[in-house]
Design a protein around this ligand. Structure first.
Ligand code: GUN
Length: 284
């Protein structure tokens, strides 16, 4: 039976540390780290995420603004909003909640976010910096996974690491961070032949494909560490991950639950990036 990695406890400890550093920064500079979150439209899941981001800021003693824009917002209106936040000194981090309504050009929106306020680390400049290992911001979800591994004293160096999923937000940067930590990294996706044969080699398996209960015990090596990035609703509407938790926990040495695993770490890393953005702004 696997050790259940307690994301909530790790996040609480990390957030306490961030809040203390934020307070020390305030005492030194008189500046509260500030985050602006922009949400366009009425996607219910996005609304929950945005509410949690605001709550995370409040609990850490950060300044935050939520800008709710209607679903029919135009590209020009959204770009002017970003421009306004770019010039707002109280705001150190800007996050535009994704996905955006279909008529908006997501790529152009990401390109418009000033790189020094890009706390999602989605801008191509920041993505490129991650690739070469010279970065200010790490994307929140992969960074949260690395933080969990660190807290759990799971050494990545020399390990077989398999990532399932190749999204720009999770899979690709996740692979890069594991590589920076000296893992031997394989990225699998929908075209991978004999997926189970590859995943069974993994000492550390990170799953980010968005399919409920996709990874089953037969796909996991005895004693592997299994990190579940999935956030799905099952037929009963219950939140569940990409991993068949009940089956896989019998085989893995450590596993993250959903909820209570990676999800809570994501916002924690957003707070970390917001503090970092404020520190960088103060040093300019
Ligand atoms: N939608 C789902 N996850 C994320 C995230 O990490 N950042 C943003 N901006 N939107 C998201």
């Amino acid at each position: 039976m696997a050790h259940i990695i307690d994301g909530k406890a790790i996040a609480a400890s990390a957030r306490l540390d961030i809040a203390q550093r934020g307070q020390a920064f305030f005492e030194k500079t008189g500046i509260r780290p500030g985050l602006a979150v922009v949400i366009v439209g009425e996607d219910p899941a996005s609304k929950v995420y945005v509410r949690n981001k605001k709550k995370g800021c409040e609990e850490a003693g950060f300044y935050s603004e939520v800008h709710e824009m209607p679903a029919e917002t135009t590209m020009d209106e959204l770009l002017s909003k970003i421009d306004e936040l770019k010039n707002n000194e109280k705001i150190h981090g800007i996050l535009v909640q994704l996905p955006l309504p279909k008529h908006l050009d997501e790529k152009a929106v990401i390109d418009a976010i000033p790189t020094e306020k890009d706390v999602d680390a989605f801008h191509p400049v920041n993505t490129g910096k991650i690739m070469i290992g010279d970065y200010n911001f790490l994307p929140c979800t992969p960074a949260g996974v690395m933080k969990m591994l660190e807290y759990e004293k799971i050494d990545v160096s020399g390990k077989e690491c398999v990532v399932i999923g190749r999204s720009n937000i999770v899979g690709k940067p996740m692979a890069m961070l594991l590589l920076h930590a000296n893992g031997t990294v394989t990225v699998c996706h929908s075209r991978t032949k004999d997926l189970a044969e590859v995943t069974r080699r993994a000492d550390i398996l990170v799953v980010a494909i968005g399919k409920a209960n996709f990874v089953t015990a037969d796909m996991v090596k005895e004693g592997a560490v299994v990190i579940d990035v999935g956030m799905n609703r099952n037929a009963e509407g219950k939140l569940c991950g990409d991993v068949d938790f009940e089956g896989v926990k019998e085989k893995a040495s450590a596993i993250t639950p959903v909820p209570g695993g990676v999800g809570v770490m994501t916002i924690t890393m957003l707070l970390e990036n917001t503090l970092r953005a404020a520190e960088l702004a103060a040093n300019r």
